[in-house]
Each structure stands twice: as structure tokens, then as C-alpha cells.
Design a protein around this ligand. Structure first.
Ligand code: FAD
Length: 372
């Protein structure tokens, strides 16, 4: 069986990996270089964590995600992950961490509530004023995203049943016939076509209005050396205490320290020039100043503009479309952690003829177990 995949981000590459390791032929088309620095998947890191608010389906899927990453590390011969643990803070009437803890308790996992008066001692880098409740979990960590994508490209390039076409934009997809046409006018045919085009998906499937590109800005910081060493061992922080919620990615294993917010802009063109100013990051920087002790000694190293592809309910869209097509868009700003499992499971469904509707429900986090 031969599958064409459009898009060389984590979703397209992981699906190619899943199919190729079962012995199937794959042709993957990427409009830019492979990896493409403009892809959502190409940044120093992405977080993986069990707490998921009310989304029990995704919370349950985290164990499957970890198992799929293990399989990938095994195939790649390297582990591109650092465990950090997860610290979630709430205040200001927010309840995400408490709801996450309740959801996890229902599925048999423990997120421990920490006494607020112990926070200064346990996490002396943080200013706990305004924090009403704090929760801790030993699981969770940092996936070295751009290294994973680059390693997957190298791995796939070495497989005889995989053809990678970089700098080859696809302009037309025929889902009924598993056919694509490149910008250069070349036609390719297969048994199945998977569209994993990230924030550009609307150009290939313009009638699907559920998936909205969303320009997001993250900040990388320069820290004094002694602070860097401390933060390198710090858990990830998900803070929903101030008027701006933020996540902090610790600088594990020599990577940068990054802070972002999860507020969807729901605007922007992923192909437009990507510029951001410190000015537009003022609210986030103000919140950092309140939450992080000694923040005045931090310097903004760089701003990075990246794109989410968001749905109204933040659930993933992975669906069969037409007789021979799949739309694969697991994003809404939280898809990378599931990249390996999304790719493996879609490859299994394509190859085994599993029920596509069950697959779509599972990917949308609406079922606890894998599609059957
Ligand atoms: C700032 C930021 C922070 C995030 N943090 C997290 C996190 O902590 N944890 C987490 O789990 N997730 C996180 N995410 C989400 C995660 O990164 C995405 O869900 C995931 O990377 C999406 O992968 P993808 O393969 O669908 O898209 P992409 O990585 O964007 O890949 C799509 C590819 O398709 C190519 N393409 C598009 N159109 C065409 C065409 N016509 N022809 C050929 N190629 C084409 C593009 O060039 C691109 O390379 C974050 C995202 C951002 C932006």
C-alpha cells in the first residue's frame, strides 16, 4: 500500500514513520525545507503533561503518548526528552488545576495538592503571592521538538520505502482519488492521501472552516548562569493565577528557557512575515515580573512567532474525508505531545481498515481507549 502525506511537521512525519515501520510505501511532500522552521512543530521544545482540565480523554491518552515516544526513541536510537514534573498554580478564581486534579483522580492518577505555605520553601524562585492553590505531579516534561522532527527526517530518509520531497508545495489534493498535484504541476497517485498541513490546511481544503490559524508569540530569556542552573532542574510551571495565564518551559539539557501564554489570537497568516515586538508581550512580561523572583535580572533573548491551528472546542480533527483521504489536524496548541501516538495510530487505522469514525472520536479525546 502507498500513502501520500502532505506536510512534514510532527504529524506528517510520525504518520510516515508509523506506515514505514509496517512496511508500507510513503511519499511525503513538504513545501519548505525538511524540517521547515515555519512549521508549528519546529521550536526548541514542547511540553507533555497529564493535567488536562476537564478533558479526561486527553488526560488518559497521555500514557499512550508516552508509550509511543518510547517506541520512537527505540527506533531513533536516542531519547529526546527530559522529565521535569508538573507544577500547576491557580488563583484569581481560576480552577483549571483543581479540575485537572479531579479529572485525574477519576482515572486513577494522583495530582498532589501542596500547602500554600510550603511553596516559598519548595519553589524559592517563585513569588507565591496571589496563588490560592498549587498542585504537583511527578510526570510531565520537555520534548525536544525540533530535534525530534530533525531526527525523524533523518530516520525516514534512510528507509527504502519512504520518499521525502522537500521544497515541493502541493497545490491540489483529490481526496476521492488519493492524488496530489504539486505547484510545479507534477501529479502523484497513491492508495491513501493524508493532509497534515498544519496552519496552511485551509489552502488545500478551503471548505473546512473549523481549523483557524492562530498567531502566537513566545519569549526566550537569557538568565544569569547561577539562575539558569537552578531553573534547569525546575518543574514546568502552568500558572493561571494572574490576568494572563502562562506556561514556563525550564531550560532542560542546555535548551532555552521559554515562556508563553495560551490565549488564542485566532488571527494571522502563517506565510506572512513573522515579527513580534516586546511591546505586544507587555502583559505577559508583567505577569512574569510578579511570579518570578529576580525577574529583573532576566533579559529577553528573542521572541518567536509560531502558529496554532485551533478548533472551537480545542479538540483534534483527524477524519477520513472522501474515499481515500484523511485530514489530520491535531493542534489547538496542544498537539505535539501526541505526535508519535497520533502518527502510529493513524498508520494502523489506514493499514488495517479500522473504523474511521472510531478513530476520529478517539483523536478528538472523546474515548478513553485506542480506536478498535
Ligand atoms: C508557540 C507554540 C507552543 C506550543 N506548545 C505546545 C506544547 O507545549 N505541547 C504540545 O503538545 N503542543 C504544543 N504546541 C502545538 C504543537 O506544536 C502542534 O500541535 C503541532 O506541532 C502541529 O503539528 P503539525 O504537523 O500538525 O503542523 P506543522 O508542524 O505546522 O506541520 C505542517 C507542515 O505542513 C507543511 N505544508 C503546509 N501546506 C503545505 C503544502 N501545500 N504542501 C506541502 N507542505 C505543506 C508546512 O510547511 C509544515 O511543515 C505548541 C504550538 C505553538 C505554536
Amino acid at each position: 500500500m502507498k500513502t501520500i502525506i502532505v506536510g512534514g511537521g510532527i504529524m506528517g512525519l510520525a504518520t510516515a514513520w508509523g506506515l514505514a515501520r509496517q512496511g508500507h510505501a510513503v511519499e511525503l511532500f513538504e513545501q519548505g525545507p525538511l524540517p521547515n522552521p515555519l512549521a508549528s512543530s519546529v521550536d526548541e521544545h514542547r511540553l507533555i503533561r497529564h493535567p488536562y482540565g476537564d478533558h479526561a480523554g486527553y488526560a488518559r491518552m497521555i500514557d499512550q503518548a508516552y508509550a509511543a515516544w518510547e517506541l520512537l526513541w527505540n527506533d531513533l536510537g536516542q531519547r529526546l526528552y527530559a522529565a521535569t514534573g508538573t507544577l500547576a498554580l491557580t488563583g484569581n478564581g481560576e480552577s483549571w488545576a483543581a479540575r485537572s486534579a479531579a479529572t485525574l483522580a477519576r482515572i486513577g492518577k494522583t495530582m498532589m495538592e501542596l500547602p500554600i505555605d510550603e511553596l516559598p520553601q519548595r519553589f524559592p524562585q517563585l513569588d507565591a503571592r496571589g496563588v490560592d492553590r498549587a498542585f504537583w505531579m511527578a510526570s510531565g516534561g520537555v520534548l525536544f521538538a525540533q530535534d525530534i522532527v530533525a531526527a525523524l527526517v533523518r530516520h525516514l530518509a534512510g528507509r527504502p520505502n519512504v520518499a521525502l520531497y522537500a521544497h515541493t508545495p502541493v497545490r491540489l489534493v483529490e481526496l476521492e482519488h488519493a492524488r496530489i498535484v504539486t505547484d510545479a504541476g507534477t501529479q502523484h497517485d497513491a492508495d491513501v492521501v493524508v493532509v497534515a498541513a498544519g496552519a496552511w490546511v485551509g489552502r488545500l481544503l478551503p471548505t473546512d472552516r473549523r481549523l483557524v490559524p492562530s498567531r502566537q508569540v513566545v519569549i526566550y530569556f537569557d538568565l544569569p548562569a547561577e539562575q539558569r542552573a537552578i531553573w534547569a532542574k525546575h518543574p514546568m510551571v502552568i500558572d493561571k493565577t494572574g490576568d494572563v495565564g502562562l506556561y514556563l518551559v525550564p531550560p532542560a539539557e542546555g535548551r532555552g528557557l521559554k515562556i508563553g501564554d495560551h490565549v488564542f489570537s485566532r488571527t494571522g497568516d502563517p506565510s506572512a512575515e513573522r515579527q513580534a515586538s516586546e511591546e505586544e508581550m507587555r502583559p505577559l512580561l508583567r505577569r512574569c515580573g510578579d511570579l518570578i523572583k529576580d525577574f529583573r535580572r532576566w533579559r529577553v533573548d528573542r521572541l518567536k512567532v509560531c502558529f496554532y491551528t485551533v478548533t472551537e472546542d480545542e479538540r483534534f480533527v483527524v477524519e477520513k474525508q472522501g474515499a481515500k483521504g484523511w485530514l489530520m489536524s491535531p493542534c489547538s496548541g496542544h498537539g505535539f505531545k501526541f505526535g508519535a501516538v497520533m502518527g502510529l495510530e493513524l498508520a494502523r487505522t489506514i493499514a488495517s481498515g479500522r473504523d474511521p469514525a472510531a478513530h476520529a472520536r478517539w483523536a478528538a479525546g472523546l474515548e478513553g481507549d485506542k480506536p478498535s
